[in-house]
Ligand binder design. Structure first.
Ligand SMILES: *[C@@H]1O[C@H](CO)[C@@H](O)[C@H](O)[C@H]1NC(C)=O
Length: 182
């Protein structure tokens, strides 16, 4: 092989190598675990969730199955307020769905985005995915992610029913959320 041939061969390898590495699929950053831990914060959020089933402006709509029966799927856009009264200041909305996921009808699968509107949290959200045995006093649900301030979010939510109208089905639920995020 002549020098020229070798030269072209290595140039080609060089070009190929850089073309390939430039288009890589993923990249890792050298942030150490210690540095990440230092920056990590925990935010505690406290608010009330209004599940309005009755009246002219319900915040829930049943989209499948029979109401309150196993298999019933409900889409929600529930207001979240600072205090427990319905007229209390709105701090966000819980949007998503819940499904009656047990044959004893006492268990819900909750899939919700809590979109906040209050102060510096306006535009940030927390994603909750979990099991809600709503007849129990306090239910714990995992926080599986977040956006904005809650990017990289994880944690847990504690839900406690403070008012339930047996006739209408309307409920007010107190939420305490503990979110770890950067
Ligand atoms: C939240 O942000 C939106 C969009 O930027 C804005 O229209 C709205 O007024 C804000 N709400 C509050 C309560 O600050």
């Amino acid at each position: 092989m002549s020098f020229i041939t070798l030269f072209f061969f290595f140039t080609l390898c060089f070009i190929l190598f850089f073309t390939i590495t430039e288009q890589k699929f993923s990249e890792q950053y050298p942030a150490t675990k210690a540095a990440a831990l230092e920056k990590e914060k925990t935010t505690h959020l406290h608010f009330y969730f209004h599940d309005i089933v009755s009246g002219k402006h319900p915040s829930t709509v049943s989209v499948a199955g029979t109401k309150n029966a196993f298999g019933n799927v409900v889409i929600i856009d529930d207001p979240l307020t600072e205090g427990h009264e319905p007229k209390s200041k709105i701090v966000g909305r819980a949007q998503g769905s819940y499904a009656f996921s047990s044959e004893d009808k006492a268990c819900l699968l909750m899939v919700m985005t809590f979109a906040f509107e209050e102060g510096k949290y306006n535009g940030s959200s927390v994603s909750v995915l979990g099991r809600n045995r709503f007849l129990e006093n306090v239910r714990e649900m995992p926080i599986v992610g977040g956006s904005g301030i809650f990017r990289f979010g994880r944690g847990y939510a504690l839900a406690k029913t403070v008012r339930y109208n047996v006739k209408t089905g309307d409920a007010v639920v107190e939420y305490n959320m503990f979110v770890m995020h950067y």
